[in-house]
Design a protein around this ligand. Sequence first.
Ligand code: HEC
Ligand code: HEC
Ligand code: HEC
Ligand code: HEC
Ligand code: HEC
Ligand code: HEC
Ligand code: HEC
Ligand code: HEC
Ligand code: HEC
Length: 369
Amino acid sequence: MRYIGITLFLMAFSSLAVFADEPDIIFIMPFDNAIVNTESTMVMYDTEPGFIPKIEHMGFELPAPLIVGGNENDLHHLTLKLKEGKNTLIWTNPATEKRLGEMTIYYVPSYSMKRVPRSKGKEFKFHSRDMEARCNLCHSIPQEMETVRDNPMSPVGKVCSACHSDIDTAAKPHEPAGTYDCFSCHQPSYDPARFALVNSQMALCATCHSQTTDSLLGQKFVHGPVASGECLICHDPHGGKRKNLLRSSTLDMCMRCHFDTVPQEVKNSLHGDLECDDCHQPHGGGNPNFLIEEGANLCLSECHDLPDEELGGHPIPGHPRQAAVDPSKPGRQMWCLSCHKIHGEEDISQLDIFNDTEIQRTFCMRCHY
Ligand code: HEC
Ligand code: HEC
Ligand code: HEC
Ligand code: HEC
Ligand code: HEC
Ligand code: HEC
Ligand code: HEC
Ligand code: HEC
Ligand code: HEC
C-alpha cells in the first residue's frame, strides 16, 4: 500500500508541473498497450469533478462516458466497441484543445490470425482481487461463487450480466450460457486466474459434445482448424445472432484464412451469391476438399440438373460433359471443372466464346490439339 501512495504522490506532483491548469486524467484500467480479447471493453479513469473531456477513438469523437460523482474526483465509465487490431484513444480538453492523455489497446479476438508481438503489448485480465475491490466500492462481485455451479439459475448467476450484458441477451444463446451455467466453462477461483476456462478449446467442447468431436475427428478428411481443435475460430461459445453459434457469415469466416484461394471479387462473380458451405462441409468430410457431393454430382444434383439438350448441348451439340480422361490434365477425369472455374475467377461461360475465334482456339485447343 505504501508504494502505491508514493507513486500516486509523484504522479500528481509531476503532472502539476507539466500542465499547470489542465485537469488530470488518471487511468484505472486497462493500461497503455493492453491486449484484450473482448470486443466491448471498458476504460475507467478519474478526473476533476465536473470536467468532461473530448475523447477520440480512431479519429471519431465518442459520446460522453457514464460519470459517477465522488468526493474528490469523478469516476468515468467509458464503454467502447474496439476494432480488431490496434486502437488508439486520445483525451483532450475541449476548451483549450490541449492533449491530456492517450491509450493504445490491441483487440485480438481468440479467433484472430493477428498476433501482437510481446514487446508491444501485455495481456490485460480484469478479474483480479485488487481490480474487483475497486469496483466493489459501488458494485458487488462476490468472492465466493462456487454455489452457482449446481444452481445455475440462482440470482448470483445474474451477477455477471450486470456488466456482461451482451452474453445473456444474445438472440440465439448457447444453452449453458443462456441458463447462466457460466461455471461449466469458467472456473470461479482466483487461482490460477479467475474465470479462466476449465479446459482448452476442443476438450472444453467435448465435455458436453464428445459424440460430435469424436465423429469430427473420425472423418476421412478433417479440416485444418478442426484437426487442431480451434472450434472458437468459427463458433462463439456464448452464442449470438446466428444459429449454430456462428460468429459471422460462412463467407467471412472462410475468407479469414482462404483469401488467397478465393479472389476478393468473389462476391460479384459467377458463384458469388452462394455461401462456401453450399458446396463445402465446414468440418471436413468423406470427399476431397470436403465437398458435399463427389465429382459432377456436386453441380448436377441441385443446381445444374438440366439435360444436355436443354443446355443446348455442352458446350456444342453432342459434346460430353464428363469423360474418363481429361486430355488437358493427363491422369484425371474430365468433368465440369475441366472447363469451368468455380471460385469467382472469370469463367468460360461469361466469355463470348462462340463469336470470338481467338477464345475458341485457345479454349478448344487445350484438349483438341
Ligand atoms: C463510485 C462508485 C462506482 C465505482 C467505484 C464503480 N462504478 Fe460502475 N457504476 C456506478 C454507477 C452509479 C453506475 C450506474 C448504475 C446504473 O445505471 O444503474 C455504474 C454502472 C456500471 C456499469 C454499467 C455500464 C453502463 O455504462 O451503464 C458497468 C459495466 C460498471 N459500472 C462497471 C464498473 C467497473 C468494472 C468498475 C471497477 C473498475 C466500476 N464500475 C466501479 C458506480 C461505480
Ligand atoms: C462490475 C462489473 C463486472 C462483473 C459483475 C463481472 N465482470 Fe467480468 N469483466 C468485467 C470487465 C470490466 C472485464 C474486462 C473486459 C471488459 O472491459 O469488458 C471483465 C472480463 C471478464 C472476463 C475475461 C477475462 C478477464 O479477467 O479479463 C471473463 C471470463 C469474465 N469477465 C467473466 C465474468 C463472470 C463469469 C462474471 C460473473 C460471475 C463476471 N465476469 C462479472 C467486469 C465485470
Ligand atoms: C460453453 C462454455 C462457456 C459457457 C457456458 C460460458 N462461457 Fe464465457 N467464454 C467461453 C470461452 C471459450 C471464452 C473465450 C472466448 C474467446 O476468447 O473469444 C469465454 C469468454 C468469456 C468472456 C470474455 C470474452 C467475451 O466474450 O466477452 C466473458 C466476459 C465471459 N466468457 C463471460 C461468461 C458468462 C457471464 C457466462 C455465463 C452467462 C459464460 N461466459 C458462459 C466459454 C463459455
Ligand atoms: C456444459 C455443456 C456444454 C459445453 C461445455 C458446450 N456445449 Fe454446446 N451445447 C450444449 C447444449 C446443452 C446445447 C443444446 C442442445 C444441443 O443442441 O445439443 C448445445 C448446443 C450447441 C450447438 C448447436 C447450437 C444451435 O444453434 O443449434 C453448437 C454449434 C455447440 N453447442 C457448439 C459448442 C462448442 C463449439 C463448444 C465448445 C466451445 C460447446 N458447444 C461446449 C452444451 C454444451
Ligand atoms: C471453419 C469453421 C468451423 C470450425 C473450425 C468448426 N465449426 Fe462447427 N460448424 C461450422 C458451421 C459453418 C456449422 C453450421 C452447419 C453447417 O453448415 O454444416 C457448424 C456446426 C456445428 C455444430 C452443430 C451442427 C452439427 O454438425 O452437429 C456443432 C455441434 C459444431 N459445429 C461443433 C464444432 C466443434 C466441436 C468444433 C471444434 C472441434 C467445430 N465445430 C469447429 C463451422 C465450423
Ligand atoms: C483458421 C483458418 C481457417 C479457416 C477459418 C478456414 N479454413 Fe479451410 N483450411 C485451413 C487449413 C489450415 C487447411 C489445411 C491446408 C492444407 O492442408 O494444405 C484448410 C483446408 C481447406 C480445404 C481443403 C484444401 C486442401 O488443399 O486440402 C478446403 C476445401 C477448405 N479449407 C475450405 C474452407 C471453408 C469452406 C471454410 C469456411 C467454412 C474454411 N475452409 C475456413 C484453415 C482454415
Ligand atoms: C459452387 C460450389 C463451390 C462454392 C460455392 C465454393 N467452393 Fe471451394 N471448391 C469447390 C470445388 C468443386 C473445389 C475442388 C476444385 C478442384 O477439384 O479443382 C473447391 C476447392 C476449394 C479449396 C481447395 C482448393 C484450392 O483452390 O485451394 C478451397 C480452399 C476452397 N474451395 C475454399 C472455398 C471457400 C473459402 C469458398 C467460399 C468463399 C468456396 N470454396 C466456395 C466448390 C465450391
Ligand atoms: C468441354 C468443356 C465443358 C465441360 C466439360 C462443361 N462445360 Fe459447361 N460450359 C462450357 C462452355 C464453353 C460454356 C459456355 C457456353 C455458352 O457460352 O453458351 C458453358 C456453359 C455452362 C453453363 C452456363 C449455361 C448458360 O446457359 O449460361 C453452365 C450452367 C454449365 N456450363 C454447367 C456445366 C456443368 C454442370 C458441367 C459438368 C456436368 C459442365 N458445364 C461441363 C464448357 C464446358
Ligand atoms: C477439357 C477438355 C476439352 C475441351 C476444353 C474441349 N473438349 Fe471437345 N472433347 C473432349 C473430350 C474428352 C471429348 C470426347 C472424347 C473424344 O472423342 O476425344 C470431346 C469431344 C469433342 C467432339 C466430338 C464429339 C462427338 O460427337 O463425338 C467435338 C466436335 C469437340 N469435342 C469439339 C470441341 C470444341 C469445339 C471445343 C471448344 C468449344 C471443345 N471440344 C473443348 C474434351 C474437351
